[in-house]
Design a protein around this ligand. Structure first.
Ligand code: SAM
Length: 317
């Protein structure tokens, strides 16, 4: 479907749960989230129907995220059913990786093509600090499991936070020398509950290039990241700049929250409920949501905060 700004919407991100087994400081509150009753949240059949509707409108790429998608008891079944929907060419998962030693192979067999893993630091104390409850060795076991399971692509995402991990840019980038992974740096976005990060936390992607003078540009792969590569590396460096150089003009995605709200723009308050609707009902709402997709997300920085109205774990990153 083409929106009214001429963008072809081909990609849907689905948050399967607001719950997570970590508590990253920029993403969610320390106390976690209030468990909501099952009937408020999308069930497996509704998620699959939403994917069928999306596919009927030309969406061919699905990313399952959260919260943490792997804490869903039925994650393997959801992946298998989503991957089987006619018209879906690619199923991707974004995960903190902690549960991959148990689930990696099953997810691959269920039809998941690509994985994005989240890792902001290589220092165990800093990992425990930023995730509030995580242990770096669990991430490392998850990364090994991801590589062993044979996904088409594994990417690692780090949120770039001034004063926290901007001294680790080289070390994180060097993961592409060690492993066949892409390492992506994402600018911190000013969403809801993380006002503990002041102005200096908002580091532009250009800082990564300053720290990696030997990185050379490589051809764009159709995603939102600007791509570079270190000489002799096994994977690319990706730079994602929602703040300093937004890519709204090329945005091809919509989002579905775990409680069944379509969000045409991550940073806009607009939400369109599809919870409880059948295929035809959902289709009408999809058409309206895609039709109403804003041209861009507006100014974002330490002062001009996101108008998303939810924490990231309640939207799906
Ligand atoms: N639990 C999974 C994980 O850790 O990857 C999936 C959900 S998490 C919300 C998805 C991604 O959103 C992570 O890579 C996380 O770092 C990113 N994220 C969360 N809050 C963010 C923020 N305020 N700015 C930039 N990225 C953020």
């Amino acid at each position: 479907m083409i929106d009214r700004h001429g963008r072809n919407i081909t990609y849907m991100r689905i948050s399967l749960t607001e719950l997570c087994n970590l508590r990253c400081r920029y993403c969610m509150p320390e106390e976690g989230v209030c468990r909501r009753s099952h009937h408020e949240m999308m069930n497996e059949d509704e998620v699959v129907t939403a994917v069928e509707v999306a596919a009927s409108l030309g969406i061919h790429k699905i990313r399952l995220t959260g919260g943490e998608p792997l804490v869903k008891r039925n994650i393997v079944s959801i992946c298998r059913r989503v991957a089987a929907v006619e018209g879906i060419r690619e199923v991707c998962l974004t995960t903190n990786g902690i549960l991959l030693p148990q689930l990696g192979k099953q997810l691959r067999e269920a039809g998941v093509n690509r994985l994005n893993l989240s890792l902001d630091t290589l220092n165990p104390e800093k990992y425990a600090y930023i995730t509030r409850i995580g242990r770096l060795e669990h991430f490392q076991a998850g990364l090994e499991a991801a590589l062993e399971a044979g996904f088409d692509k594994v990417k690692i995402n780090a949120v770039l936070i001034g004063g926290f991990n901007d001294d680790e840019i080289e070390a994180l980038a060097n993961l592409t020398m060690q492993y066949p992974v892409d390492m992506r740096f994402i600018e911190l976005m000013p969403i809801q509950d993380h006002d503990e990060f002041g102005e200096s936390a908002y580091v532009p992607y250009s800082k990564v290039l300053e720290k990696l003078p030997e990185a050379v540009p490589v051809q764009h792969d159709g995603g939102v990241a600007k791509l570079y590569r270190l000489p002799g590396a096994k994977g690319n460096i990706g730079l994602i700049s929602p703040i300093s150089a937004h890519f709204c003009g090329a945005c091809n995605r919509i989002r579905l929250t775990a409680d069944g709200k379509l969000k045409p723009c991550l940073h806009a308050p607009d939400e369109f409920s599809i919870k409880g609707l059948d295929f035809d009902g959902m289709k009408k709402v999809f058409e309206q949501a895609i039709g109403d997709k804003p041209a861009w997300h507006g100014d974002l920085d330490a002062v001009n905060r996101s108008r998303a109205g939810r924490n990231m774990n309640e939207i799906g990153g």
